[in-house]
Design a protein around this ligand. Structure first.
Ligand code: NCD
Length: 360
């Protein structure tokens, strides 16, 4: 059920627990207006997105299909506002916009925008809303995207915001592509149910882990295993959600013992850009939390290896040619699921279904 964001003050909105914020972010037909948190996506909505992404990737195979897609949102413009480093997320959003005909503008380096002259983030984002119809934003600050969502919704030119990564907190569209990858990987083997998903690496500061762990709770009997060195083990907030939803989970630092039971291994990079003291991550022994040929031998035949990327040395390149290495396909899935999300946000879901029904 959608609630009206202009009926609540920004202070009250920001003080709500995430699950109580989400109704303010949805459109009447159950699709997101603003996409800020993984908590906005339940099982049915994830299924709708999966279907739409599958149809879009089939439609995009022909020239006429591509032209149809490109005409869908040709009247809209999107701003890519990335004040934190990004390659894949930025490019896949830019590509998603191109697929749908959305023109884009971008600010990636705030040192050459007016923020450098002392303009507040709030004023910058309001400025974008004068010229654009959507803001896709990545910021180092937790909470900025939701703050801006409230501000924009209460301005004379409300436009949707998509969170493309907010600090250490959330990365909802990465979780969407991760789920989409898992759904596709297990399509033929009984679907995404009764599985063990193993997370490994920097689980404390990796925002992709928090968002994906939440989305997995939408699927029946998915056990979550968190493998990390003590100081980087997953946070209490993630575990509190799992406890509240009675999801089975395990914390361990024994990677080798856990691998043979995994259906998916989700590797992550050490997020040392968040070190409070420079070099503190380097002091942690992470040598047992890497995936190489020895780990590959322990992995069940039908399991998949995932990584949000970029990787450093936590997955050996020797693993890349194994059919279970899913991370490159996972990355490309990001473009399709983001296309589906933007299409949905702008109300194109039905038209795409109809085109698919008649032409594919
Ligand atoms: C991730 C991120 O930015 O959180 N990257 C991405 O979006 N694919 C993971 C990371 O940087 O380690």
């Amino acid at each position: 059920m959608s609630k009206r964001i202009f009926d609540i003050s920004v202070e009250r909105f920001e003080a709500l627990p995430v699950t109580e914020k989400t109704p303010y972010l949805m459109q009447a037909d159950g699709v997101p207006y603003h996409t800020l948190f993984a908590q906005q996506f339940g099982h049915d909505l994830l299924g709708r997105l999966e279907l739409l992404a599958n149809e879009i990737r089939t439609i995009a195979k022909t020239r006429t299909g591509t032209e149809f897609l490109r005409s869908q949102v040709a009247h809209k413009r999107a701003m890519l506002y990335f004040s934190q480093p990004s390659s894949r997320t930025f490019l896949s959003f830019a590509s998603a916009c191109q697929i749908l005909g959305v023109s884009t503008g971008e600010v990636r380096d705030t040192s050459i925008s007016s923020e450098f002259k002392g303009e507040s983030r709030e004023d910058s984002v309001r400025t974008f809303s004068s010229y654009f119809d959507m803001i896709i934003m990545r910021t180092p600050e937790k909470g900025l995207a939701e703050h801006m969502a409230w501000v924009l919704s209460n301005s004379e030119r409300p436009i949707p915001i998509i969170n493309a990564g907010s600090g250490q907190d959330q990365h909802p569209t990465q979780a969407l592509l991760d789920i989409y990858t898992l759904l596709r990987s297990f399509e033929r083997g009984g679907g995404l149910r009764d599985r063990t998903v193993l997370f490994c690496g920097d689980l404390l500061r990796g925002r992709t882990v928090r968002s994906l762990s939440y989305l997995l709770t939408n699927y029946p009997n998915i056990r979550q295993v968190f493998v990390a060195p003590g100081p980087l083990q997953v946070g209490e907030d993630v575990l509190a959600v799992l406890k509240a939803k009675s999801v089975a989970y395990e914390l361990t630092d024994d990677f080798h013992a856990a691998i043979p039971h995994a259906d998916a291994v989700y590797m992550t990079r050490i997020q040392d850009e968040w070190d409070k003291d420079k070099g503190e991550s380097a002091k942690i022994d992470t040598s047992r939390f890497k995936f190489g040929l020895d780990e590959l031998k322990l992995l069940p035949q039908r399991a998949v290896i995932m990584h949000p990327l970029p990787r450093r040395d936590e997955i050996s390149t020797a693993v890349d040619s194994d059919p279970r290495a899913m991370y490159w396909r996972q990355m490309r899935n990001g473009m399709w699921i983001r296309t589906a999300l933007i299409a949905m946000t702008f109300g194109c879901e039905k038209r795409i279904h109809e085109y698919f029904r008649h032409n594919c």
